[in-house]
Ligand binder design. Structure first.
Ligand SMILES: Cc1ncc(COP(=O)(O)O)c(C=O)c1O
Length: 319
């Protein structure tokens, strides 16, 4: 699909010459999703995760829309993503890789420190520059991914107490199963987060992702970090999705053909025509992010078609 993102506040679609389709990113829906999540976490604040170019929707415009909706804190995964948002916006980068320290300080980027080693490099940078630098601290509460492991916590607390140049803005951790309401891992991580909070008293807590927001107040801390729900994805696997869709792909039918009853359609002939039929092939497939699992559906001239079969392009029975 030659898709070019069109980002109208107005939702007016602008066909682009040479494109077989286009993606409409509804910034108004994005802002409403942010407002909804903010209401759910109030009085805590909601931050936006805008990594990977805001999930490929264009971080600059996504951030501008979210800023307009009241969002004041943005999280990215990579340091260079944070640099790209400068000078307009400040973003918090997940981790501080060796060699990034000076640029991080110069661009006023807040690193989320994930280890003692990262912490030491950052406080060394503050000492060398003879200035105060901000940071967030991430702890591993049971996902075994990023964050300070339990055995480093006491050393961390001692070193933190003995320095004055790094200002810790908040402590954070990431939930592994928050979209599963009944997962015991949620409570296990919450218990661990509360333990950490006692070891680092007086620091704000940043804990909930989208799923954590719907898990309830206990998970909210002072700052939540929403990703998927902002963009219209469901924060929970077992509840109806309360978020508004933000992204709508619209693709051209590039060929239609008649096939007789019994014709095999698509890869592995997964569909056998039950009657003589007319098929439409659209210019999109899994490379464009179109899900290929069986319940994928499309709307054809406002009529829903549940049969989408993965071929080189996708074929939709029309009649
Ligand atoms: C550290 C961290 N926080 C927050 C998020 C956002 O999570 P979600 O998309 O479930 O809201 C992510 C997403 O991967 C993440 O890695």
């Amino acid at each position: 699909m030659s898709v070019v993102a069109v980002l109208p506040e107005t939702e007016v679609r602008q066909p682009i010459v040479g494109a077989n389709g286009y993606l409409t990113v509804n910034l108004s829906a994005l802002s409403r999703n942010y407002a909804k999540l903010s209401t759910l976490v109030a009085p805590a604040q909601a931050a936006a995760v805008v990594k990977a170019d805001a999930y490929d929707l264009g971080a600059q415009r996504v951030c501008s829309a979210l800023y307009g909706a009241g969002c004041r804190r943005f999280f990215v995964a990579q340091f260079d993503e944070a640099v790209k948002l400068r000078p307009g916006l400040a973003a918090d980068a997940n981790g501080l890789q060796p060699g990034d320290e000076e640029a991080c300080a110069r661009f006023d980027i807040i690193p989320v420190l994930n280890s003692l080693e990262q912490w030491r490099r950052w406080s060394g940078t503050a000492n060398r520059r003879k200035c105060n630098l901000p940071a967030a601290l991430q702890f591993d509460t049971g996902m075994s991914r990023l964050g300070v492991p339990p055995e480093e916590r006491s050393t961390f607390a001692a070193e933190l107490a003995g320095q004055a140049r790094v200002e810790i803005l908040f402590i954070m951790s990431h939930l592994a199963s928050a979209d599963e309401l009944d997962s015991a891992q949620n409570n296990d991580q919450l218990v661990e987060m509360k333990r950490i909070s006692k070891e680092f008293p007086h620091l704000d807590i940043c804990f909930a992702n989208s799923g954590g927001i719907v898990l309830g107040r206990d998970y909210h801390g002072q700052l939540a970090r929403a990703g998927i729900a902002l963009y219209g994805g469901s924060p929970s696997t077992s509840k109806p999705n309360p978020m508004e869709p933000v992204v709508e792909p619209d693709v051209a039918v590039v060929q239609t053909r008649k096939v007789p009853v019994g014709a095999r359609v698509g890869y592995s002939g997964t569909h056998i025509a039950e009657r003589d039929a007319r098929l439409a092939t659209i210019a999109a497939g899994y490379a464009d992010g179109l899900p290929t699992w069986p319940n994928t559906c499309v709307w054809l001239r406002k009529r829903r078609s549940d049969r989408l079969h993965l071929c080189f392009a996708s074929k939709i029975p029309m009649t």
